[in-house]
Design a protein around this ligand. Structure first.
Ligand SMILES: *[C@@H]1O[C@H](CO)[C@@H](O)[C@H](O)[C@H]1NC(C)=O
Ligand SMILES: *[C@@H]1O[C@H](CO)[C@@H](O)[C@H](O)[C@H]1NC(C)=O
Ligand SMILES: *[C@@H]1O[C@H](CO)[C@@H](O)[C@H](O)[C@H]1NC(C)=O
Ligand SMILES: *[C@@H]1O[C@H](CO)[C@@H](O)[C@H](O)[C@H]1NC(C)=O
Ligand SMILES: *[C@@H]1O[C@H](CO)[C@@H](O)[C@H](O)[C@H]1NC(C)=O
Ligand SMILES: *[C@@H]1O[C@H](CO)[C@@H](O)[C@H](O)[C@H]1NC(C)=O
Ligand SMILES: *[C@@H]1O[C@H](CO)[C@@H](O)[C@H](O)[C@H]1NC(C)=O
Length: 500
């Protein structure tokens, strides 16, 4: 891990110096136990001993229990395990823990202020209003007009995706389809949220996709400047500021026609003559967000554009997790076979969003049990407690949900890929309370239902058409506990046409 290497390289001298200091006395405080921090770097050397963060969290639990204190540079932090602690932070004291870590890098990525981002903003009134405007679209009910609309759009573009893949397959049947997936999902999102068709060859659209992917890889990585902000001036992140500019060019392209439509602006017709357009306000995310601005003077158009970018950027999370899910399925051909049978029985022809495909859905959940990342850390907004341990304001809370995902006490054969574990005896999906791949409470993932639905249709159509296999010459080693598959990582699979 580059994070760890940079920490160690930069601080070897400092750590040697730190050995001269006496250990801090722990007298009568009820702060959670944890390793003794060094001056300035805190417990970064402790974390650095482990292969990755997952390993470090596991050891913290073994050594210090289900609430462990660690100091990460300037940040106080706790790492928590277990459902009751999760509930306390996410639900019972949700309002006391609704902030996000104050990492300088997030400010850089979101126009100088992380509060511009839905995912990384601290909790606030306007944040809740943005969430509500968006939730209306991402949580469309089965049978609603929005649902039907998303279903139509998804079907159309997934059909094209499969055709596109078929046409690109060479005799070795090997294909790295990551960009095709990202393009398909982005196209679906843009059409659904803005009712605009994108030209897949449009450079602004293409740049948006590759920029979001790079940003997604970036926010999934650690950076020494997050925890030691005084190093930030020495870290050159200008390329990421450039990425956000490319994203903005796309947003402007999407906003422009909607804003002109609202106010009754002008368009150029085929002969390049200006034509007046009638003001219309159709139901789409841009219009709904613009309405929140009109009704809330503290919000600006800038806020709305950032919120919009968060939603559209969600496509990167979906395409990256799709690759990881496909890898799990490629490793389990018998699961693919079962899914194919279910499709044959329940979704003959072209599988769509409203088809009930329980085993496929269970396979997606089971894949998320394997691939999910730790819940995005929360931050305490005031002095409070977790499991009776004192937690100071601004303490960053890390969630060790992977510990629960693989606990032999909670799951039978946790290392086996068994979709059946999510299906009840009467054939319904049931997810246990301790399975929280998309978190819970007021900061839970806004887009997950939409994401799962779109993923379901893509997988159903891929598996109906292809037997997906591992390519023996590829290296699929990826970082654990991170959805992002890695910068510029080529992850081809073998797509063998299904012969009936
Ligand atoms: C972000 O929003 C929170 C909650 O409204 C506020 O307390 C905080 O000061 C804001 N941060 C910045 C940098 O404006
Ligand atoms: C979805 O597609 C069907 C068939 O093409 C059409 O009848 C229906 O109106 C569409 N629904 C929406 C919400 O666009
Ligand atoms: C930062 O990196 C970019 C290229 O990514 C380069 O153009 C720029 O000059 C660098 N800035 C500094 C201050 O080193
Ligand atoms: C959605 O609703 C339709 C009609 O009520 C039903 O047939 C279908 O099974 C439902 N789909 C899902 C995935 O629940
Ligand atoms: C698919 O979308 C519908 C409507 O929002 C939702 O009820 C359902 O739970 C979603 N499916 C999954 C697996 O999230
Ligand atoms: C596969 O990639 C990982 C990291 O990207 C590397 O550590 C490992 O050595 C590679 N394995 C092979 C067999 O090349
Ligand atoms: C990764 O891809 C981007 C854009 O495709 C390119 O600019 C960059 O040089 C690549 N990085 C590496 C390490 O190959």
């Amino acid at each position: 891990m580059s994070l760890i290497t940079s920490i160690l390289a930069l601080f070897t001298a400092l750590i040697a110096l730190a050995h001269l200091f006496k250990p801090k006395k722990e007298s009568g405080t009820t702060e959670a136990p944890g390793p003794r921090p060094w001056p300035i770097v805190g417990n970064l050397p402790y974390i650095g001993k482990f292969h990755d963060l997952i390993e470090a969290f596991k050891n913290l639990k073994q050594e210090y229990g289900s609430v462990a204190s660690i100091k990460l540079g300037v940040h106080n932090a706790v790492v928590i395990c277990g459902l009751s602690n999760f509930r306390e932070v996410l639900i019972e004291k949700g309002n006391l823990f609704d902030a996000r870590a104050a990492f300088k890098r997030y400010d850089l990525l979101f126009g100088g202020d992380k509060n511009n981002s839905l995912a990384f903003a601290d909790g606030s009134d306007s944040h809740s209003k943005h969430r509500n405007a968006i939730a209306f679209h991402t949580f469309a009910k089965n049978g609603s007009n929005n649902f039907e609309n998303l279903e139509n759009i998804t079907s159309q573009h997934v059909y094209s995706l499969v055709e596109n893949m078929k046409s690109q397959l060479q005799s070795d049947q090997k294909l790295d389809a990551k960009f095709l997936f990202a393009e398909t999902i982005a196209t679906i999102f843009v059409k659904y949220f803005t009712n605009q068709d994108v030209d897949p060859c449009d450079e602004v659209f293409q740049n948006m996709i590759s920029s979001f992917d790079a940003v997604f890889q970036e926010v999934n990585e650690g950076c020494i400047g997050d925890v030691l902000p005084f190093l930030m001036p020495f870290i050159n992140k200008s390329e990421f500021v450039e990425l956000t500019r490319k994203v903005r060019a796309f947003s402007n392209q999407c906003f422009d026609p909607v804003i002109r439509q609202r106010v009754g602006g002008e368009v150029l017709d085929q002969n390049n003559n200006k034509q007046k357009i009638q003001p219309v306000k159709e139901s789409n995310v841009i219009n709904d967000l613009l309405e929140t601005v009109e009704n809330n003077p503290e919000m600006t158009l800038e806020h709305v554009i950032f919120a919009f970018e968060d939603i559209i950027g969600g496509h990167s999370a979906v395409s990256n997790s799709l690759i990881r899910i496909i890898l799990e399925l490629a490793k389990n051909p018998e699961v693919q076979k079962n899914i194919r049978e279910e499709i044959r029985e329940h979704a003959a022809g072209f599988p769509t969003m409203s088809d009930r495909l329980t085993y496929l859905e269970a396979s997606i959940w089971e894949a998320f049990r394997f691939i999910s990342s730790p819940i995005v850390p929360h931050v305490a907004t005031q002095d409070t407690t977790i499991n009776d341990y004192t937690v100071k304001k601004d303490t960053v809370v890390f969630f060790n949900n992977l510990d629960m995902n693989f606990s032999p006490e909670l799951w039978e054969s946790p290392d086996k890929f068994l979709p059946e574990r999510f299906i009840t005896s009467d054939g319904r999906i049931s997810k246990p309370d301790y399975f929280l791949p998309f978190s819970s409470g007021k900061r839970s993932c806004l887009g997950y239902k939409m994401a799962i639905n779109v993923t379901k249709v893509i997988l159903a159509n891929l598996l109906q058409n292809f037997e997906i296999e591992i390519d023996p010459s590829s290296n699929y080693t990826m970082e654990r506990g991170v959805i992002a598959v890695g910068k510029n990582k080529s992850l081809p699979f073998v797509y063998k046409p299904v012969v009936e």
